[in-house]
Ligand binder design. Structure first.
Ligand code: FES
Ligand SMILES: [Fe+2]
Length: 525
């Protein structure tokens, strides 16, 4: 990785000013005060990392067989004897709850002739029995029964326990590592827990789990969720209210990286537009160019420029009729793909606070309260209904930012009160497809009244995220915006005349951090 002498342009200074102005500044965690920007310098990434079979084979040999990886969550195992297979490339492991607070992980293969022991999840087993000829193991992995045992005269039963792989736990997640000589998970994760001190993962439960196959390498897909840079074009709706490209702080720490998207720090960059009339239809204005996108029914979208030119487009952004012949595909997807009326797609400081509520909060916070402080107070009041024990102590920055971390190689826990967690991996042994999983991790309510899910909603390769509306709410169309790009990124890399892709110095910090670690783990040339 080339480096230069010039200093990296960061947003550390305005971010610290924002922390100082926080209405709950004394409660800000020490992790939030730490700056650790990546070393300056551009990064050119060999495109073969994404598209060649050779790198996939290197990943199998050097990465997936050696690295800590998030394999399951405690909520997947309500009972002793619950079993969850974890498949990665051509390998398969079985995570088993063997006691009240005890788990083990085994290679998912029978020691007789090798059949997978379980190909899907199972509940409340009291043994692990192979479906082919019936060899059986106790939950703790010791050999229980061999049908027609007389036929194996020299079988050493002790030696026929199921081979284990290392297991580690963090924040109610269960990690595995197939490398017998790996470092402990605690060392691998470093200070990760410090990032979640305000509301640790031990106090979250799995509200929903969605899994979808996407036609692109797993790193292409994952990297689309590791920066805020793409919001400008892919989710322009997220720019309303003054956010701009330089409103995310990026830092790197050992095996993980962190982004804190604060919303606008200076309010600059986006023009003020008139409020849109309420027509009862889903409608959005492109915050930069003012074009209005309105659901026109039958999966069509009417697009009108500020000067009154208009055109009709499909919900996929294809021109149908009218003077206006070109429109933003990502906004057509968002507006035509579902009903968005009344749904705010922006978060935190950008969120609108209803007028009567604003007046009430002004009274509490004083007339000079900033829009960020008001938005935070509104969030705090919402959370007080669920977690009154902590709601009043939470700093503004945790309530008005999107905080998204990446633990190498593929686990993405979001911080604060955003429920999103992602995991990305190759679709089996196919390096040109990815399994993308979204786990929604909600705060456990103080009253103990919650029901975690152990089910996964599977979406196939041509399914739409909107089909998982019950699980994802308003996020489905946003993910559709993201996933529209991904197959074209994978295909475009193949078509490119260049041998590499290029990463931004700061806004793509997390990608550069990932590839720095990838250099060490995989690309051993
Ligand atoms: S392969 Fe499992 S019992 Fe024969
Ligand atoms: Fe996105």
């Amino acid at each position: 990785m080339a480096t230069s002498q010039k200093a990296l342009r960061t947003i550390d200074d305005p971010f610290h000013a924002l922390l100082e102005a926080d209405t709950h500044a004394s409660n800000i965690t020490s992790a939030m005060h730490v700056d650790n920007p990546i070393e300056p310098g551009p990064a050119l990434i060999d495109k073969n990392r994404y598209i060649s079979r050779e790198y996939h084979e290197l990943e199998k040999k050097h990465l997936w067989s050696r690295v800590w990886q998030q394999a399951a969550h405690e909520d997947d195992f309500p009972n002793v004897g619950d079993v969850v297979p974890y498949d990665i490339v051509d390998q398969s492991y079985l995570v088993v709850r063997i006691g009240e607070d005890e788990y083990k992980a085994y290679h998912n293969a029978c020691l007789h002739r090798g059949r997978k022991l379980r190909e899907s999840r199972a509940k409340g087993l009291d043994e692990l029995r192979c479906a082919f000829h019936g060899w059986a193991w106790e939950l703790d992995g010791s050999l229980k029964q061999v049908p027609c045992a007389y036929d194996y005269t020299d079988l050493d039963r002790e030696a026929e326990s199921l081979p284990e792989v290392n297991i580690g736990r963090w924040g109610r997640y269960i990690f595995i590592n197939p490398d017998p000589n790996c470092e402990p998970l605690e060392e691998y994760l470093g200070d990760l827990s410090g990032e979640f001190e305000v509301f640790p993962y031990e106090r979250r439960y799995k509200r929903a789990h969605v899994s979808k196959v996407i036609r692109a390498n797993w790193k292409v897909v994952q990297e689309a969720f590791m920066e805020s840079y793409h919001v400008l074009l892919t989710h322009p709706q997220g720019l309303s209210g003054g956010a701009n490209d330089m409103c995310t702080k990026y830092d790197v720490f050992g095996n993980y990286s962190r982004a804190i998207r604060t919303g606008a720090l200076d309010g600059a960059g986006v023009p003020e537009w008139e409020e849109l009339p309420d027509t009862g239809n889903a409608v959005l204005r492109h915050p930069l160019n003012g074009m209005v996108y309105e659901d026109a029914g039958n999966e069509t979208v009417r697009v009108t420029t500020p000067k009154g030119l208009s055109g009709l487009f499909t919900a996929k952004g294809k021109y149908i009729e009218g003077e206006l012949k070109d429109a933003n595909q990502h906004l057509c997807i968002l507006v035509g793909g579902r009903k968005v009326a009344g749904v705010s797609l922006t978060q935190g400081a950008m969120a609108r606070v209803p007028e009567n509520e604003a007046a009430r909060m002004m009274e509490k916070l004083g007339n000079n309260a900033s829009p960020r402080a008001l938005a935070a107070e509104s969030m705090r009041q919402g959370l007080a209904e669920v977690i009154p024990s902590v709601a009043d102590t939470i700093p503004d920055v945790e309530l008005t930012s999107s905080i998204y971390l990446t633990v190498f190689p593929n686990f993405h826990p979001w911080g604060s009160f955003n429920e999103i967690n992602y995991r990305f991996r190759p679709n089996g042994d196919n390096h040109e497809e990815c399994i993308m999983e979204v786990m929604m991790m909600a705060p456990m309510p103080d009253d103990g009244n919650f029901e975690p899910t152990r089910e996964i909603r599977y979406l196939d390769i041509d399914d739409d995220f909107v089909e998982a509306e019950a699980e994802l709410g308003g996020l489905g169309p946003v993910f559709n915006q993201d996933t529209l790009n991904m197959p074209f990124v994978h295909q475009g890399m193949k078509a490119s005349a260049r041998t590499h892709t290029r990463l931004a110095e700061y806004n793509e910090t997390k990608l550069r951090h990932f590839h720095g670690l990838y250099d060490k783990w995989v690309d051993l040339k």
